[in-house]
Design a protein around this ligand. Structure first.
Ligand SMILES: Nc1ncnc2c1ncn2[C@@H]1O[C@H](COP(=O)(O)OP(=O)(O)OP(=O)(O)O)[C@@H](O)[C@H]1O
Length: 714
């Protein structure tokens, strides 16, 4: 079919022209067929007679288009709808897609008229068919008629079959098939050529065989979620080491972790009994004990297994080298000594294993006494939290409670608000869960409780800076905070090894996603008014924190765009605030934004102005749309130059072209105000704390900013 169509040279119409919706029109509908083209200079393919007409007489050709535009547009709309309706027909149980009808247009501008269809400027750019009870298989062949699709998400359905042949849709940037029943081996070259793919989530399916090596070569891949499948074999050699999110936990992988992944959090690899190397324990050890330990308790066994096996390795190595270096006459003595040493080490190792098994049995016993095991819940499966070995044991005092009260005690969450319906840990464990991401501290999960509310549970492991009483007191202090720009802490759970902080789920996503992921996710970009509202909200939330928590030096401490959520009215909500006092100090520098500040890096201290520095970085991120390299975790920082120095180096007459995010629309009457904000941002990022703005002044200046320029701007 393509050979029947020809390019019409030099015909450039605006992509939004009613004459010229450039994408996705199929031949059998219309007698001529514009197809995929870039936004800047779309091209038309047309049958020979139209091509000739256009070549000989462009005005005549345009007149022809105008006269036939009604038919033309109708055909364009029908084409998209036809493809989608055909696609719907290939799915079973698709009642959620009842409003997909060939008689209507899927998109009006950025507004979608059909459930789950993502529209950008009148074109279908994605399908987000999540949690719709869909069954059947994905018919990629039909979707190839829409070669400009960027997003495909079928998360949380009951789809099955082998891995769909997604490489036929080369424009895809975001793909999620998580929580379905896809199965079988994925061909090695399944992702070959998908050079635009940024996010791939295949978690919680039944895939088997090796992780396809074509994944390892994708140049733009930022998020890869493969957890909860049955992948076997070695991890491929990923060329990228800067994943924003990476998880292969709970598979059957083995062998060494490639060096490029050694900076990832160890939780990304848990539950694979034979994976080894950084960030897990060393590879050249006795894997048998590691395997036993891993099965025993993933969170606590790591240290046991690594200590046991490392000491075995060290001792064995020492004895071997000794024997090699000894003379002939003493070799017998040395080898006898070696045997004794090895024997002792093995005895110690065995004792450790028995001790571990004993502890496990004891814990199981306590668990069965203290809690009725809830049914295998998805949160258990997905998060690994609350496994038999992990059901919280409660404190000594809780455990010594009368038998009847034990269940209530050990699964009780400490609520910080009276305006919420109560639930407990076992309710959370029973809830259907979705992993939202693995941040610096650990993972966050979205848990939909059976009685309605949707909560976010964040696990913190390095949170033992203070004892239990002090921790409770600090949480109560946070629970009393009330401000329209703070996400309230609803409840928490305390046990020594880890803490859970529970908040409401905010379904409009984070500022980070809005700034950096909106295109891929098919969301509209943020205009100046929204960015200004965001920065004002953040500044006011910060100011409130400093007023209410005067005893904390850096009252937020972890201010960054993924810790700012946007509610339905685009009001920013700060989260993960005021944790500096409770986070282990030895881990804080790896984890928290405050510890990436110039004063910490140079002088080893954080100050009352450290959050101002984070605010400055955030302002630059908001204005430039660039992800700040300063706050990436070590090893993830890109070559990109430091955002602050870069913004500073740009002269004011260049600022609008070079600094301001191209995505800020309607900038015409606001350049002066944006420039003011840029100057505030740069003053907040001042490396010298003395010269840096203080919070009060920064907040005042931010609050004076207007949506439109005033005369005094220039
Ligand atoms: N209550 C919430 N509602 C909606 N999304 C949330 C909520 N809390 C966190 N998120 C989002 O979930 C993802 C994971 O959050 P998480 O806090 O675990 O990691 P992070 O913010 O990326 O890093 P860090 O651990 O350093 O704070 C982020 O994209 C975050 O914006």
């Amino acid at each position: 079919m393509p050979s029947k169509f020809y390019h019409v040279p030099n015909l450039h119409l605006h992509p939004q022209s009613t004459l010229f919706p450039t994408n996705i029109v199929r031949a059998h509908c219309c007698s001529y067929m514009p197809v995929k083209g870039g936004h800047a200079a779309p091209q038309v393919r047309a049958p020979p007679f139209i091509a000739t007409m256009a070549f000989l007489n462009k005005p005549l050709f345009l007149l022809f288009l105008v006269l036939s535009s009604t038919h033309f547009v109708a055909c364009l709309e029908l084409a998209d709808s036809e493809i989608l309706v055909k696609f719907k027909g290939s799915l079973s149980n698709s009642s959620a897609l009842d409003n997909w009808s060939e008689k209507t247009n899927p998109c009006t501008g950025d507004v979608s008229n059909w459930n789950g269809v993502i529209c950008i400027k009148g074109f279908v750019r994605g399908l987000q068919l999540e949690r719709m009870g869909l069954t059947g298989k994905i018919d990629v062949e039909t979707l190839t008629g829409m070669s400009d699709l960027r997003t495909l998400s079928f998360m949380n359905n009951d789809l099955d079959g082998p891995m769909p042949e997604l490489k036929k849709l080369r424009s895809l940037k975001v793909v999620s098939l998580s929580n379905n029943h896809f199965s079988g081996e994925i061909p090695t070259d399944a992702f070959k050529g998908m050079s635009k793919l940024k996010q791939l989530a295949l978690s919680e399916n039944e895939f088997t065989g090796a992780i396809p090596s074509s994944l390892a070569t994708l140049p733009k891949l930022l998020e890869l979620r493969l957890e909860g499948n049955k992948f076997t074999g070695n991890l491929p050699n990923f060329s990228i080491s800067t994943f924003a999110s990476f998880n292969v936990s709970n598979n059957e992988l083995e062998g060494p972790i490639p060096a490029t992944l050694s900076m990832m959090d160890s939780s990304s690899f848990f539950g694979n009994k034979d994976l080894c190397g950084q960030p897990l324990s060393q590879c050249n050890t006795n894997n048998a004990s590691a395997a036993i330990a891993t099965n025993f308790d993933r969170s606590t066994s790591k240290s046991i297994s690594s200590t046991t096996s490392t000491s075995t390795y060290t001792s064995t190595y020492t004895s071997t080298s000794n024997s090699n270096s000894s003379g002939q006459s003493s070799s017998k003595k040395v080898s006898l000594a070696s045997i004794i040493v090895v024997g002792i080490v093995m005895a110690v190792a065995l004792a450790a294993i028995f001790a571990a098994a004993f502890i496990l049995l004891k814990r199981r016993k306590q668990t069965s006494e203290s809690i009725e095991a809830p049914p295998q819940s998805s949160i258990r499966k997905k998060t690994g939290f609350g496994g038999e070995d992990q059901i919280p044991q409660g404190s000594q005092s809780e455990q010594s409670a009368a038998t009847g009260g034990k269940k209530a005690e050990t699964t009780k969450l400490s609520f910080l608000r009276n305006d919420r319906e109560r639930f407990d840990l076992s309710d959370l464990l029973k809830a259907s869960a979705e992993v939202m991401g693995s941040g610096c501290f650990g993972s966050s999960y979205k848990a939909a409780l059976s009685n309605g509310p949707v909560m976010v549970v964040k696990r913190f492991k390095q949170m033992n800076n203070v004892g239990k009483e002090e921790f409770h007191e600090h949480m109560r202090r946070l629970g009393r905070l009330r401000h329209p720009n703070l996400l309230p802490l609803v409840a928490f759970y305390y046990r020594k090894e880890e803490k859970l902080l529970i908040t409401d789920y905010v379904d409009n996503g984070s500022l980070s996603i809005r700034l950096h992921g909106h295109q891929a996710l098919g969301q509209p970009s943020m205009d100046w008014a929204t960015r200004l509202k965001t920065v004002k909200g953040v500044a006011n939330g910060l100011s409130y924190l400093y007023k209410e928590l005067p005893s904390i030096i850096t009252a937020h401490g972890h201010l960054k765009s993924s810790n700012i959520l946007l509610n339905q009215s685009n009001e920013p909500l700060l989260t993960d605030y005021a944790l500096v006092p409770v986070i282990n100090q030895e881990n804080a520098h790896e984890l928290m934004v405050a510890y990436k500040s110039p004063e910490y890096l140079q002088l080893g201290r954080i100050t009352k102005k450290t959050d101002v520095w984070s605010l400055g970085i955030l302002i630059l991120e908001l204005l430039t749309g660039k992800f700040p390299p300063n706050i990436l975790p070590p090893g993830k920082a890109t070559e990109e130059e430091d955002l602050t120095s870069w913004a500073k180096a740009i002269t004011e007459d260049q600022w609008q072209n070079q600094v301001i995010d191209k995505e800020i629309s309607e900038t015409k009457d606001s350049e002066g105000e944006m420039l003011k904000l840029l100057r505030i941002g740069i003053s907040c990022c001042e490396g010298d704390v003395e010269k840096r703005l203080d919070l009060k002044e920064a907040v005042e200046r931010i609050n004076e900013l207007k949506e439109k320029d005033t005369d005094e701007n220039f």
